[in-house]
Design a protein around this ligand. Sequence first.
Ligand SMILES: [Zn+2]
Length: 633
Amino acid sequence: MNQVRITDPFWKGKQEFVRTAVIPYQWDALNDQVPGAAPSYCIRNFKLAAEKIQGKTKIKYPIPRDKWEFLPKDSEKDSFHGFIFQDTDVYKWIEAVGYSLANHPDEKLEALADSAIELICKAQLENGYLDTLYAINDPDKVFTDLRDKHELYCFGHLCEGAIAYYHATKKRKLLDATERFADFIYDWFVKEDRKGYPGHEIAEMALMKLYEETGKDKYLTLCKYFVDHRGERPYYYDLERGEEPSKDLKYQYQQAHLPVREQKEAVGHAVRAVYLYSGMADLARVTGDEGLRLACRELFEDITRKKMYVTGAIGSTHMGEAFTSAFDLPNDMAYAETCASIGLIFFAHRMLRLSVKQEYGDVLERALYNTVLSGMAADGKSFFYVNPLEVDPDRVHGDERMNFVKTVRQKWFGCACCPPNISRLLSGLGDYLTTSGEEELFLHLLIGADMDTDFGKISVEESLFEDGGLSIQISPKKAFTFYLRVPAWVDQAQVLCGETKDSNYPNYLAFEIKEDTVLSLKFTFGPRLIQADPRVSENIGKVAVTYGPFVYCLEEADNGKHLWELAIDPSTTWKFSGNNLIANGYRLQESPTEALYSPYEKPHFQATKLTFVPYHAWGNRGEGEMRVYLSAR
Ligand SMILES: [Zn+2]
């Protein structure tokens, strides 16, 4: 594992927000101490589970099949409360803390995390099973509802948290507990050959991490077991419910409709999908499974060529938080969950580990610099779950169908998957910068960082947005080829210092590194107008503005109300004002008749200046209209 310290002021600033604002805030949220925020019950459930285990109480509570949330008003005082996957809140918190401690040691924070780990371990059953819903309500019913209950999902997050914390602190307690749970799962499924698999995926990618961390084959076997049985007929989810085996295609929502190697289209719940595909990509890389590799490739292309927003958002409908048909990408009704873009980053990074291609890095950047960053307020204290590309507060408030859209970021959510997911991703950002081969190191993200790798020390400094500059210092431990990704948004890449050699990878510059080397480059790029494929029907005649990896948008705070009246002059010159872009455009003159309908007349436009802000920064100045796409004329 590489040691990476982010030095880039922009990203370091985000990591500092996570460390100083989000992580403490999250801790309060886990403990139900954020006034006005929906309670999480997370720590409360762990305490209760620990007490129940110690007291060996025999009182059981029902765990109905169709229930995802247990509210205090309709459950007993000492039964499980909250969403069924609430354990993951503390696991994600520990993961973020782990990454943060690796960058920035902090005794107090570490002591707090140790106390949380102590509590988690007390909630583990003697046989290794660990999930507070069943530990509290009924330990005899574990793994009887794989389709809807999230025990294996919670396990996956436990695993990721435990590994990150172990790397940072070398403390094994949580990792040992995780292995005991993983061993229990292995025995339950593989040894007993029960043929089940997770309803909400993530265990697959987590098991691959656990396998690569511990070298224990059984975790690889367990991952492969879950992947191979998914989608088999008769459907496991029918069998576990005692239902008649279905003859029709079913369970698209869980990506369990077909065996994974036969899946060509991304379907169902978007977060689950990209978590599954990430696990599949890891498994394909480690086992060399060609069928699995091809499926990953096709699924990646289906998403990124047909079902992804220009902001790197995916999952366009709130119904099932899911993918819809190809090119169905509504701007104002976009669901575009922050977590789904985080999952897309996981998938893209794993595709890079499987085979190096510029487009994987481009997708990773697109999601990271836009939707994921937009998920968190500039002060790190409020969050978007849903990331539309167009917001008109009057419409949102006047239409119940748009209830899922929030016009300003929220403090916390009862179902708080996104905020802790952002904090673990940003804290662990260093892991996404590079991948490596036997004698090759690839730098995919152009982010300033100091890296201690198996190949030697590498220091990256960028001033891309000042002068297009990128400088890389390398002190090798051994000879290797250094590859640098040239993103698709770069018009021209000039090597000012350093000698390139023939590259085996298109759009990657290659350098032979044998001794201490300084590379200096200049990337030329500017604002671009981007159009969507005409099959994205609502964007015909419209453009989005991008600059480098950033997508831009218009906000009411700069451009006044009725942003739909604005159009951009495609031949505009650009002015830069801080982080904003200023362009020449037009405003449609409103009809003087004020009639809803009137005979056609050629519309009148008046010249005006347009101010664009980075999409990730929208919604930090109170409520107002926002839009990414606008007409070009
Ligand atoms: Zn989420």
